[in-house]
Design a protein around this ligand. Structure first.
Ligand code: NAP
Length: 253
C-alpha cells in the first residue's frame, strides 16, 4: 500500500449510536477509513456503515467492549489488518447509570462506570499509541477523548461517579498529551454539555434534554453533529498546534 495516497484510518469507540455514530459518518465523508467499535448494537452499527457506504465512504463495524482488554487489542489489530495504519482515535464509548445520590451507590455500579469510561479509554489510548508512536515505527497521529461538562459541574443528585470518571479523562488528556507530544501524537478532549442522544434515558430520565435545555445559556441542547464537527477539527491538521486542550462544546453551560 502506498501510504502517501492511502486514506487515513480512524478508530471510533461507541460508534453505533449518538455522538459516536455522527463522528463515524462525518469522518467517512471527509475521507477517513473508519473502524467503528460497538458493544452490542450490531444492527445500529451496520446501519451506520450502510449510510456511510451509500455516501461513498467506508465504515467497518467491529464488536469490541472497551472495558475488556482482549476486545480492545482485537479492535486495533482488526483496524491495522483490514483498514491500514491507525492515525486517529476517538475515545467516545461511555456509560452512565440511574440517577441517584452517592450515598446510595453500590461498589459494582461505580466499578462498571469506571471500567468503561476510564479503563476503556486508557486501554484504547495505549493500543493507539503503540501503533502511532514514531519511536515504535508509527506515523504519529491524534487522539480525541470524549469527556463531559459533568467533569467541572460534578452532576450532584444524578451521577457523581460518571462526572468523576470524566474528571479522570480530563487529567489523562493533560498528562498523556505531554507524554506523547514528542512521538508526533496530539491528545485533546471535548467536553460536551447537554447533547440530544439516548444516553439520558439510561440515567432513567428520557426527558432530561427537554428539562435541562432551557437552563443552557444558548437555551437549547446540542446535536451529536455539532460535537462531531469539533472532534473532526481537533483531529485535523487545522488543529496542528493543539495538544492537551479541553474544548467545551456546551452552549455556554
Ligand atoms: P449513547 O447514545 O448512549 O451511545 C453510547 C455508545 O457507547 C454506544 O455506541 C454504545 O454501544 C457504546 N458503548 C457503551 N458501552 C460500551 C462498551 N463497554 N464498549 C464499547 N462501546 C460501548 O451516548 P452518547 O450520548 O452518544 O455519548 C457518547 C460519549 O459522549 C460518552 O462518552 C458520553 O459520556 C459523552 N457525553 C455525552 C453527553 C450527552 O449529553 N449525550 C454529554 C457529555 C458527554 P452499544 O450501542 O453497542 O451499546
Amino acid at each position: 500500500m502506498n501510504e502517501s495516497t492511502s486514506p487515513p484510518v480512524m478508530v471510533v469507540t461507541g460508534g453505533s449510536r449518538g455522538i459516536g455514530a455522527s463522528v463515524c459518518l462525518l469522518a467517512a465523508q471527509q475521507g477517513y477509513r473508519v473502524v467503528l467499535g460497538y458493544r452490542e448494537s450490531r444492527k445500529e452499527a451496520e446501519e451506520v456503515a450502510a449510510r456511510a457506504s451509500a455516501d461513498g465512504g467506508t465504515v467497518l463495524p467491529v464488536r469490541a467492549d472497551v472495558s475488556v482488554e482482549a476486545d480492545v487489542v482485537r479492535l486495533f489489530e482488526t483496524a491495522s489488518e483490514e483498514a491500514g495504519p491507525v492515525t486517529a482515535l476517538v475515545n467516545n464509548a461511555g456509560i452512565l447509570e440511574g440517577q441517584m445520590d452517592l450515598v446510595d451507590m453500590t461498589p459494582d455500579r461505580i466499578d462498571r462506570v469506571f471500567a468503561v469510561n476510564v479503563r476503556g479509554s486508557f486501554l484504547c489510548a495505549r493500543e493507539a499509541i503503540r501503533r502511532m508512536a514514531r519511536s515504535r515505527g508509527g506515523n504519529g497521529g491524534a487522539i480525541v477523548n470524549v469527556s463531559s461538562a459533568a467533569s467541572r459541574i460534578g452532576a450532584p443528585h444524578e451521577y457523581i461517579d460518571y462526572a468523576a470518571s470524566k474528571g479522570a479523562i480530563d487529567t489523562m488528556t493533560l498528562g498523556l498529551s505531554k507524554e506523547v507530544a514528542a512521538e508526533g501524537i496530539r491528545v485533546n478532549a471535548v467536553r460536551p454539555g447537554i447533547i440530544d442522544t439516548g444516553i439520558h434515558a439510561s440515567g432513567g430520565e428520557p426527558g432530561r434534554v427537554k428539562r435541562v435545555a432551557p437552563m443552557v445559556p444558548m437555551q437549547r441542547a446540542g446535536s451529536p453533529e455539532e460535537v462531531a464537527h469539533t472532534i473532526l477539527w481537533l483531529l485535523s491538521d487545522e488543529a496542528s498546534y493543539l495538544t492537551g486542550t479541553l474544548v467545551d462544546v456546551s452552549g455556554g453551560r
